[in-house]
Design a protein around this ligand. Structure first.
Ligand SMILES: C[S@@+](CC[C@H](N)C(=O)[O-])C[C@H]1O[C@@H](n2cnc3c(N)ncnc32)[C@H](O)[C@@H]1O
Length: 384
C-alpha cells in the first residue's frame, strides 16, 4: 500500500522543480506577509507599500506556476490568505490559473471572537481562494455529505426511508411560461391516493403550475421525466394564501452518500478555529506552532475531491494537511496520499518548539506526521 504521508524538507521552489506529479489537490497556507512572517527578501522586511506586495508576489509567482504544472488537468488548488495579500493573490491566481479557473473566495471564520489587538474591526475571518486547473475537466464537487442534515428530511416512507417534499413547481420567478414554455402543461393528480400522472385518470384533478400569487408558473420536470418517475411524485392538498389547494410535490430522498452544496462562508463551529487547531496540535505533539489550521478545514476541502486524491501542501508548517488526510482516510476508507514540504526555517529561540528540541519548522512537521503515522496510521516516508 502507498504510504499516506510523505515529508520532504527543503525550499519548496527547489523541491517542486524535482517533484513528480500529477497531483489532484494542492492546498497551501503561505506566509501572509503580516510584517514578521516573510523572510524571503530580508532587505524588504522593513519596506512598506507596493514593494512589500511586489516582493511577496515575486516569491509566490514561480511557486504557483510550479504548482500548476504539477496539477492534474482535473485538479484543484485551495490557497489560504488574509487581508494583507488577498487582493494581490487573487490577481496573481487569475494570471497563473486564468480567470476561468476561479471557483470561489471562501470566507473562513477561524477567529470567531475576532482579533482584539490594534485599532479597527475585530477581524474574525480569512479567505480560501479556490481555482481549478481546467473548469471543463475539473472533478471538484463543491458539496459535502457532512453538511447534509437528516432533520431537513422529516418525512419517512413505510420502510423508514427519510425524504422531504419539494414543490414540483419551479418557485424561481425567472422560470415562467414565457421563458420555459415547454414546462408549462397540465398534469393530473388525486389528493386522496397521492397518485400523479400526465394523463387524466379516475378521481384525478387537473393541476396547472401556479405561483403563490396565482400567476402562471412552470414545472421543474419535463413530461417524459414525470412519466418515468411518477412514483416519486405525490399529490397533496395544502393550505395556500387563498385557502386550500391541490399541488404536486417531489419526494426527495435522503439517499446514502447524498451531498449538499457548500456555502462560501465556513463557520468555526463547522470547521474549527485557530484555537481548536492549537489544541489539536497540543494533543498530538505539543504547543509547538503558533498558527496551525484546524484539521476540520482541511477535511472539508478533502471532501470536495475524490477519496484517492493525491494531495500536495508545500507550505506544510505543522503538518495539518497530512494529519487531515490520515484522519479522513481512517474515517472513510479512502486512499488519499499527501506530500508535505517545509523548509528548515529555524524556530524562534525561546519558543516552545525550540525548547522541545524542534530547531526548525521541518522538525515540527516531521514530529507531527510521525505522531500521526503512529496514532492514526498510514505510514510516513521522510525525504531529506
Ligand atoms: C502559515 S505556515 C503554514 C501553516 C500550516 N498550514 C499549518 O496548519 O500548520 C507557512 C509555512 O511555510 C513555510 N515556508 C515559508 N517559506 C517556505 C519555502 N520557501 N519553502 C518551504 N516552506 C516555506 C514556513 O516555515 C511556515 O511553516
Amino acid at each position: 500500500m502507498q504510504p499516506w504521508n510523505t515529508f520532504i524538507e527543503g525550499d519548496n521552489l527547489e523541491v517542486l522543480a524535482r517533484l513528480e506529479g500529477p497531483f489532484d489537490l494542492v492546498y497551501i497556507d503561505p506566509p501572509y506577509n503580516t510584517g514578521n512572517d516573510f523572510a524571503y527578501h530580508d532587505d524588504i522586511r522593513g519596506a512598506g507599500g507596493a514593494s512589500r506586495h511586489q516582493a511577496w508576489v515575486a516569491m509566490m509567482r514561480p511557486r504557483l506556476e510550479a504548482a500548476r504544472a504539477l496539477l492534474a488537468q482535473t485538479g484543484a488548488i485551495y490557497v489560504s490568505i488574509d487581508d494583507h495579500e488577498a487582493a494581490h493573490l487573487r490577481l496573481l491566481m487569475d494570471e497563473v490559473f486564468g480567470e476561468a479557473g476561479f471557483l470561489a473566495q471562501i470566507v473562513v471564520n477561524l477567529n470567531p471572537k475576532g482579533r482584539q489587538l490594534g485599532n479597527g474591526f475585530a477581524t474574525s475571518h480569512e479567505y480560501l481562494l479556490v481555482y481549478v486547473r481546467d473548469p471543463r475537466l475539473s472533478v471538484l464537487q463543491a458539496s459535502s455529505s457532512e453538511t447534509v442534515d437528516p432533520a431537513d428530511f422529516p418525512q419517512r416512507d413505510e420502510s423508514g426511508r427519510r425524504f422531504r417534499h419539494l414543490p414540483l413547481r419551479n418557485t424561481n420567478k425567472k422560470f415562467n411560461p414565457v421563458t420555459a414554455p415547454t414546462l408549462h402543461f397540465p398534469i393530473w393528480g388525486d389528493p386522496v391516493s397521492g397518485r400523479v400522472r400526465t394523463t387524466p385518470f379516475d378521481g384525478a384533478e387537473e393541476i396547472s403550475p401556479v405561483f403563490g400569487d396565482g400567476q402562471p408558473a412552470v414545472w421543474r420536470w419535463s413530461r417524459p421525466l414525470i412519466d418515468k418517475r411518477g412514483d416519486d411524485l405525490v399529490c397533496r392538498t395544502i393550505k395556500g394564501r387563498d385557502g386550500a389547494r391541490v399541488d404536486v410535490f417531489q419526494r426527495d430522498w435522503l439517499s446514502p452518500g447524498r451531498r449538499k452544496k457548500l456555502p462560501t462562508i465556513w463557520l468555526a463551529e463547522e470547521v474549527g478555529s485557530t484555537d481548536t487547531a492549537v489544541a489539536e496540535l497540543k494533543e498530538i505533539v505539543g504547543h509547538v506552532f503558533e498558527s496551525p489550521k484546524p484539521t476540520g478545514l482541511l477535511r472539508r476541502i478533502l471532501a470536495t475531491m475524490p477519496a484517492d486524491a493525491r494531495v500536495l501542501d508545500f507550505f506544510a508548517g505543522s503538518g495539518t494537511t497530512g494529519h487531515a488526510v490520515a484522519l479522513q482516510n481512517a474515517a472513510d476508507g479512502g486512499r488519499r496520499t499527501c506530500v508535505s514540504i517545509n523548509s528548515a526555517e529555524p524556530t524562534r529561540v525561546g519558543s516552545n518548539a525550540h525548547a522541545s528540541g524542534l530547531l526548525t519548522v521541518a522538525d515540527v512537521t516531521r514530529a507531527r506526521l510521525r505522531a500521526v503515522a503512529a496514532q492514526v496510521g498510514g505510514g510516513l516516508v521522510e525525504l531529506p
